[in-house]
Design a protein around this ligand. Structure first.
Ligand code: G16
Ligand code: MG
Length: 219
């Protein structure tokens, strides 16, 4: 196992609730619609602009706005979101993650972030974890979002690792598909029926240990 490629939202910290709060406010204020609760999980791992387009489709306003107007709405959502994540601290790191990062570093495994979020460096800084990672893949530099493999391939390349020698960790179905498409070993966090394509599934981040990842890798 040369490297571990981490999803951020749902694996390192839970930002989905803040994304949902910001999207809900945008949808209400600018589009006059209430987003159903299912959008919180449906938008996991989906890029900002793709999320915006899904919301416009839900509001039946897909063709109503120009590209510049859609961008401005996505920017408004991001401003709301930034206010929320500005409050993150070390206490918001999901259980077991700090221990896992220490164990991996002690075993000389390189650590890279494969998040769809352009805010990943800021979030890691707020959590006090920025220095623990060897690299953060830039989602602005990849052509296709999850479930395409691009962000995981970029995350592996940034630590000079062969993707087939890496384990990827994801909480979203599209993310697990992206890991598999990149040729890496997929460890899912969550419900096994949602993440059936993963090589190994654990129910919570607390169960993520070096030995669980090493076993998944050897499978
Ligand atoms: C995260 C979230 C998505 C969000 C995306 C882009 O993905 O799960 O809901 O839309 O990032 O975020 P931003 O607007 O901050 O660029 P991941 O890949 O970390 O699970
Ligand atoms: Mg995620």
């Amino acid at each position: 196992m040369q490297g571990v490629l981490f999803d951020l939202d749902g694996v390192i910290t839970d930002t989905a609730k803040f994304h949902f709060k910001a999207w809900s406010r945008l949808a209400k204020e600018k589009l006059g619609v209430v987003l159903p609760a299912s959008f919180e999980s449906d938008l996991k791992g989906i890029s900002r602009i793709d999320s915006m387009n899904r919301i416009l489709k839900f509001a039946k306003m897909a063709d109503k706005y120009s590209a510049a107007e859609v961008d401005a709405m996505a920017q408004y959502k991001n401003d709301l979101y930034l206010k929320e994540i500005g409050k993150l601290t070390q206490a918001d790191i999901l259980p077991g993650i700090e221990n896992l990062l220490d164990e991996l570093a002690a075993n000389k495994v390189k650590l890279s972030v494969a998040s769809a979020s352009k805010n990943a460096p800021f979030i890691l800084e707020k959590l006090g974890l920025r220095q623990q990672f060897d690299a953060i893949a830039d989602p602005a530099k990849v052509a296709h979002g999850k479930p395409a493999p691009d962000i995981f391939l970029e995350a592996a390349a940034k630590i000079n690792a062969d993707p087939t020698q890496c384990v990827g960790i994801e909480d979203a179905k599209a993310g697990v598909q992206a890991i598999k498409a990149a040729g890496a070993i997929a460890v899912g966090v969550g419900n096994p029926s949602d993440l059936a394509e993963a090589d190994t599934v654990v129910s919570s981040t607390e169960e993520l240990t070096y030995s669980v990842l090493a076993l998944a890798f050897q499978k």
